[in-house]
Design a protein around this ligand. Structure first.
Ligand SMILES: Cc1cc2nc3c(=O)[nH]c(=O)nc-3n(C[C@H](O)[C@H](O)[C@H](O)COP(=O)(O)O)c2cc1C
Length: 214
């Protein structure tokens, strides 16, 4: 199993890979990704999580129906209004490219050879503001593992707009909620560096606003 990627290279090139090939993902790679997820920190090591590996075309299509509906009803018009308000230029072009990839993933979501759905037992009280803290580290570990194995993936959570419907399609009991869906496959494009701003703009010394890098 190819598993020799440097951790920092992996992190710095782990972009959202929204264009995926339909080629199947070997089962041992799926298991390696799942093992990485299970190794993640979680509150009190309670491990109140569960992961569904979805390969059934019918189930994937049901999920995609709601993922696309959320785009058509809410997310797409929101992005369009942002695009309309932007001035012509490199920044707008970059955003339009990102939205084009987002739309591509929306239309082809169900064609990802494998999806991993990260779920958490939120108990009878339901999810609260801290719930995600015990499942998103596992999600990040799985994204890193996929990248290290040469697989593309994207953290998606838009399905939660229709969370009840999607969770029903996945057969989740009432106290279990899905928090993220990772469509995974071999990427169509190349991995490249993540685009983030200068560290100087987001890191402060002792107090908010005080420059850390002098
Ligand atoms: C909580 C969360 C939810 C996200 N949901 C979606 C989603 O539903 N669909 C999608 O295409 N990308 C989704 N993303 C991916 C982000 O858009 C992506 O991480 C960000 O644009 C940076 O992309 P990059 O790593 O390729 O630079 C989500 C990311 C996070 C952290």
């Amino acid at each position: 199993m190819k598993n020799d990627a440097n951790l920092f290279d992996t992190m710095f090139t782990m972009r959202a890979m929204r264009r995926l090939k339909p080629d199947p993902v070997p089962e041992e790679l799926v298991e390696q990704i799942l093992r990485a997820g299970q190794a993640a920190p979680n509150g009190g090591n309670a491990q109140n999580w569960g992961f569904i590996v979805v390969k059934d075309p019918n189930v994937k299509k049901q999920i995609q129906h709601f993922y696309a509906k959320a785009y058509d009803d809410m997310v797409g018009p929101h992005y369009q209004s942002i695009i309309d308000s932007m001035e012509e230029g490199a920044e707008k072009d970059k955003f339009v490219r990102q939205i084009s990839a987002t739309k591509h993933l929306t239309d082809h979501y169900h064609e990802a050879p494998v999806m991993i759905v990260a779920c958490l037992n939120v108990g009878a009280a339901g999810a609260n503001a801290g719930s995600g803290a015990s499942i998103y580290p596992a999600v990040q570990n799985m994204l890193l593992a996929a990248r290290a194995l040469g697989l593309g993936a994207t953290l998606t959570s838009r399905h939660m707009i229709f969370g009840q419907e999607v969770d029903a399609a996945l057969g989740l009991p009432d106290d279990i909620k899905s928090f993220a869906i990772l469509p995974i496959g071999y990427p169509e494009g190349n991995f490249g560096p993540v685009g983030r701003g200068p560290l100087e703009e987001i890191v402060y010394k002792d107090q908010w606003g005080a420059s850390y890098f002098t």
